[in-house]
Design a protein around this ligand. Structure first.
Ligand code: UD1
Ligand code: CA
Length: 450
């Protein structure tokens, strides 16, 4: 069966106390909404519709930049979860298959759980994801009759007997798309909140002789974010799981609690991560690499056997080939560093290609920005760039060429040539001593005068 995701995220998120729409608050470097989208994406959905409301424009921009295939529809008034689902109907048009409703503020539902729901939909008309709550609080309660789900009662509307039930509603629902919209249309708002409850579709379906059931998951999966404290707890839970899973995959984390990972961080076997390393989105590190302490990586690829840091910064577009060395206080952006090249100390390399085995001396800078445009620097294979070389881009250094330290290189250098671009040294014998004497005499005169 084909799948369509409907992800609800129109709510205000009042308790976040924020200008930013709740679903755009980041967990592990990415909006929490993207986590929900990613868990749904494991079912390879045909269509994904995000229902936005508060901050809809910001949500639309973020979602479309992340994935242009997704539809973002607006729910201008937040009249309830059933009303929110109804907003997706036009966007799904004639889609025929399973519609899966997820919440943008519930980021951790496991793909395996969603697969179980998909399977259950083979035998039932409505499938709800439930969990045994340690503290059921204000969650909606699942009222079961054996394996059948009779109805869902919202806390506000529940009797004492119903409130005693600990089986709770996660909010995730699966149903065939046409049926879902038909059931949602039948929902009214005669309840304690005056809202159109999506949860009412269960009772409505059962009254029509249709079947409903619940699939159960671990409470940790249904963790929802309503406040900044929840956000921090969600991030911590994510980090804990991600670190453990990396270690199971054969990655050494010397001080796991100090390593910050992104949702999509990929690290190969036998790579060693030293303490206090931060991974932003879009990083892949191959096997047998070492990322030394206090390094910051985002949007980059580190190949097998490379050593990065300590104190290195790899920005988006950095590609390190095998066995490269990037040392302390080196920043690299949008640059391809070929096999065995070394940039060991205090450098900025931006918008550049660096050839195999090239050696970049301490303090080298690619001057890539003229204040308006960015320009490219190419450094050939086996080139030797002297310390403190300024490479004023666009500029091309040939294979095997050398630049003298302190040079400001403004024109291309031929292969195997030595380029020197610095003031020649002059030497004045005895001049230092004369200068010292002159200055000391001057100091003595001013002290006597005062
Ligand atoms: C909902 C469920 C409850 C469940 C709980 C789990 C209903 C009626 N209740 O309650 O059974 O235990 O989630 O967390 O569904 N939203 C919209 N538009 C709206 C209203 C909500 O997009 O008009 C979105 C919110 O942004 C949020 C989600 O739907 O992502 C859930 O809404 P929320 O108001 O938090 O529902 P709860 O009262 O927590
Ligand atoms: Ca909620």
């Amino acid at each position: 069966m084909k799948t369509a995701l409907i992800i609800l995220g129109a709510g205000k998120g009042t308790r976040m106390n924020s200008e930013l729409p709740k679903v755009l608050h980041p967990i592990a470097g990415e909006p929490m909404l993207f986590h929900a989208m990613a868990s749904g994406a494991s079912l390879e959905p045909e269509r994904t519709v995000v229902v936005a409301g508060h901050g809809a424009e910001a949500v639309r921009t973020a979602v479309l930049t992340h994935d242009g295939e997704v539809d973002v529809v607006e729910q201008t008034e937040q009249l309830g979860t059933a009303h929110a689902v109804a907003q997706a109907k036009a966007a799904l048009g004639s889609f025929d298959g399973m519609a899966l409703v997820l919440y943008g503020d519930t980021p951790f539902i496991r793909p395996e759980t969603l697969e179980q729901m998909q399977d259950a939909l083979g035998q039932h008309d409505v499938v709800v994801l439930g969990f045994k709550a340690a503290d059921p609080g204000r969650y909606g309660r699942l009222i079961m009759d054996g394996a059948a789900l009779d109805k869902i009662v919202e806390y506000k509307d529940a009797s004492d007997e119903e409130r005693a039930v600990t089986l709770c509603n996660s909010g995730v629902v699966a149903c065939r798309s046409a049926l879902l919209f038909k059931l949602v249309e039948a929902v009214d708002n005669n309840n304690a909140s005056g809202e159109y409850y999506l949860t009412d579709i269960v009772g409505i379906a059962r009254a029509q002789g249709l079947s409903a059931t619940a699939v159960l998951c671990d409470e940790a999966e249904t963790l929802g974010v309503n406040s900044r404290a929840d956000l921090a707890a969600a991030d911590a839970a994510f980090q804990r799981r991600a670190r453990l899973s990396l270690m199971e995959d054969g990655v050494t984390l010397m001080a796991p609690d100090t390593v910050y990972l992104a949702r999509d961080t990929v690290i190969g076997r036998d790579t060693v991560i030293e303490p206090n390393v931060v991974f932003g989105p879009g990083v892949t590190v191959e096997s047998g690499a070492t990322i030394r302490a206090f390094s910051h990586l985002e949007g980059c690829h580190v190949s097998r056997g490379s050593v990065v840091g300590p104190y290195a910064r790899l920005r988006p577009g950095t590609e390190l080939a095998e066995f490269t060395r990037v040392g302390n206080f080196v920043e690299i952006k949008n640059a391809q560093i070929a096999e065995g090249a070394k940039i060991n100390h205090l450098s900025y390399i931006g918008d550049a290609t660096i050839g195999p085995r090239a050696n970049i001396g301490a303090g080298t800078i690619t001057c890539n920005y003229d204040g308006v445009m960015k320009h490219h620097t190419h450094i050939g294979a086996d080139a030797f760039i002297g310390s403190n070389t300024m490479l004023v881009a666009p500029v091309h250094i040939g294979n095997g060429a050398m630049t003298g330290s302190g040079s400001v290189i403004t024109s291309d250098v031929e292969p195997d040539a030595l380029a020197l671009a610095r003031a020649p040294q002059v030497e004045k014998p005895g001049m230092a001593r004369k200068l010292f004497e002159m200055l000391k005499a001057k100091k003595a005169r001013t002290q006597r005068g005062s």
